[in-house]
Ligand binder design. Sequence first.
Ligand SMILES: Cc1cc2nc3c(=O)[nH]c(=O)nc-3n(C[C@H](O)[C@H](O)[C@H](O)COP(=O)(O)O)c2cc1C
Length: 237
Amino acid sequence: MSQAAFEPKARKRGGTANATECRRSKKEEDSMVLLLNGSPNANGCTATALNEMAAVFREEGIETELIQVGNKDIRGCVSCGFCGKNGKCVINDLVNEVAGKFEAADGLVVGSPVYYGSPNGTILSFMDRLFYSTSFSKHMKVGAAVVSCRRGGNTASFDVLNKYFTISGMPVASSTYWNQVHGFTAEDVKKDLEGLQTMRNLARNMAFMIKAFADAKEKYGLPTVERKSFTSFPDGK
Ligand SMILES: Cc1cc2nc3c(=O)[nH]c(=O)nc-3n(C[C@H](O)[C@H](O)[C@H](O)COP(=O)(O)O)c2cc1C
């Protein structure tokens, strides 16, 4: 498989380089991270955590786009098989819109509030359909999950979200502690200084990985991927 097959699509970049940008390499200017807010509250706790990360990405010269998912009407996968034949979801909503942006992105951050000890239903429906309906390579795009809760259920939710990345060849960025903030309102989260610090460190680590992988792709190419076997039990056929 050629490396070109894994290259992100060319992205249009506007603006003139200023003095700060001149210090950055071409690779940094070309890097982009998508941030998904699974909360219905566009300015709530999860958004506060994601915005803390976005500020660091900007400092690191990485472009960001924050997409509000949780306030949209997103239904779950209907398991119809349309995407396998047509390369997109049969339900033509935000999932298909974000798919192209995800293909072009170097990293994906998914944020969710905790609902009954799990990520909220809207972001799960969105992630199921986004990952299942897209056939482009996600190999070495960097993933990170962040969760917001008032009291508990955070680590279970964190585990659920990370699994989209770990079965897709996406290395998961980590931080200095659990990728979570605590609060019921955005004001609460602003007082969770360790939570916000964890978000900033997570974004720095993610930026480092994106830049390092860009260098490594040039130097070594991407690792070979085998896809010949697809085992279904009981007979293995
Ligand atoms: C339906 C529902 C279920 C919730 N379940 C939990 C829970 O299991 N554990 C918890 O600590 N907080 C729970 N919460 C509180 C939210 O997770 C918490 O306030 C979160 O920080 C809100 O994030 P947001 O402002 O981005 O929406 C729940 C809230 C709602 C609306």
